[in-house]
Ligand binder design. Structure first.
Ligand code: MN
Ligand code: MN
Length: 313
C-alpha cells in the first residue's frame, strides 16, 4: 500500500488509523487539506469524553471506501489530504489550549491548505474561527447544533467554554452576522432568553421543528440565498443529530436530525464558498457500537467531498 493509496488498499482492521489512511505528516507543501485533531474536553457542562473523539473518528474512517456516489466524486483521488495529527492541548488550561489551536491552524492555513478539525468539544471553534477570519475576514457560518452556544458564561467569570464560543466569536467580529445560521436547535433551556439572546446577536435560527416541518431542501434554500459566495465556515456539533443515531456525545437532546438528514444537509452545501470545517462533541465513552464515530467519519468524508467538488469548479 502506498501512503496516498485508497483507504480500501488494506482491510479496515489492519494498520495504524490515520484519517482515511492519509499520510501522517506536518509537511504542507502542495497539500490541499489537512485533518487536525483537538483532543480537548475540559470545558463541557455535562459529561466529558470528547478528548477521545479524534482517535475514535480516525479509527472508524478506515471504513470509508473512497467514492461518494451521491456527489459523484472521489475526494482522496481529487485532493492531496494529510493527517496532521493532534494539537498539543493543555487539559487544565482552556486559554493555552485555544492559543495552541489558533497557532496550529494559522500554520496550516498560511500554506494555503484547507483545514478540517476533529474535536474535542465546541469551545475549540473559537480559535478556529479566529484563524480562518484572519485569512478571510468575517465569516458566514453554518452551525449545526442542538444548542445555540451563545451563552455569556456557563460558570461565573468563565468566558470560554463549550456553551459560549459563538457569542465570543461575534464579539470579536469573526462572524458575519448577516450570514450566520444555527440549524437543529432544540431541547429545554433555562428560559426563553437563551434563544432570544442568540437571535439578538444575529443568528438566523432554524429550529429542529422547522427542519422537520419544512424539509431539508427548503432549509438549504434559505442558507444558499443568504450566504451566496461569502467565505463560509461550517461547524458541526454531532448533537444536532438525534441521540438514537448519535448517542456518543456529552449533551444529548432528544428529537434531532436523522443521520440521513444530517448527510443531506451537509451535501446540500455543495457549491458554496466553503473555507473550513470542524466536527465536534463526539464522546466515545457514550458511544455503543461506535455508531456516533462512524457517522462522524462519514460526515468528514462529505466535507472532503465538498472541497473536492470545489476543485472541479
Ligand atoms: Mn450542542
Ligand atoms: Mn455546540
Amino acid at each position: 500500500m502506498t501512503s496516498t493509496g485508497s483507504s480500501f488498499a488494506a482491510p479496515p482492521f489492519q494498520g495504524i488509523a490515520t484519517f482515511g489512511r492519509r499520510p501522517q505528516t506536518r509537511e504542507l507543501v502542495e497539500i490541499d487539506v489537512a485533518i487536525l485533531g483537538v483532543p480537548f474536553d475540559s470545558t463541557v457542562s455535562y459529561r466529558s469524553g470528547t478528548r477521545l473523539g479524534p482517535r475514535a473518528i480516525r479509527e472508524q474512517s478506515l471504513l470509508l471506501w473512497g467514492f461518494n456516489n451521491v456527489l459523484s466524486v472521489a475526494p482522496f483521488e481529487r485532493l492531496k489530504v494529510i493527517d496532521y495529527g493532534d494539537v498539543d492541548v493543555v487539559p487544565v488550561d482552556v486559554i493555552a489550549t485555544h492559543q495552541a489551536i489558533e497557532s496550529t491552524a494559522k500554520t496550516i492555513l498560511q500554506q494555503g491548505t484547507k483545514l478540517i478539525t476533529l474535536g474535542g468539544e465546541h469551545s475549540i471553534s473559537l480559535p478556529l474561527l479566529r484563524a480562518h477570519a484572519a485569512v478571510h475576514g468575517p465569516l458566514a457560518v453554518v452551525h449545526f447544533d442542538a444548542h445555540p452556544d451563545t451563552w455569556d458564561e456557563e460558570y461565573p467569570g468563565c468566558k470560554f467554554s463549550h456553551g459560549t464560543p459563538f457569542r465570543r466569536a461575534i464579539e470579536e467580529g469573526l462572524i458575519d452576522t448577516t450570514a450566520y445560521f444555527q440549524i437543529g436547535i432544540r431541547g429545554p433551556t433555562a428560559g426563553p432568553q437563551d434563544y432570544e439572546d442568540a437571535k439578538q446577536l444575529g443568528a438566523q435560527m432554524l429550529t429542529i421543528d422547522e427542519v422537520h416541518s419544512r424539509g431539508v431542501a427548503s432549509i438549504l434554500d434559505d442558507v444558499r440565498l443568504c450566504v451566496g459566495s461569502k467565505p463560509t465556515y461550517v461547524t458541526l456539533d454531532i448533537d444536532a443529530v438525534d441521540p438514537a443515531f448519535a448517542p456518543g456525545t456529552g449533551t444529548p437532546e432528544v428529537g434531532g436530525l436523522t443521520s440521513h438528514q444530517m448527510l443531506q444537509l451537509v451535501r446540500g452545501l455543495r457549491g458554496l464558498n466553503l473555507i473550513g470545517f470542524d466536527l465536534v462533541e463526539v464522546s466515545p465513552p457514550y458511544d455503543p457500537s461506535e455508531i456516533t464515530a462512524i457517522l462522524a467519519s462519514n460526515l468528514v468524508f462529505e466535507f472532503l467531498s465538498l472541497l473536492a467538488l470545489r476543485e472541479l469548479m
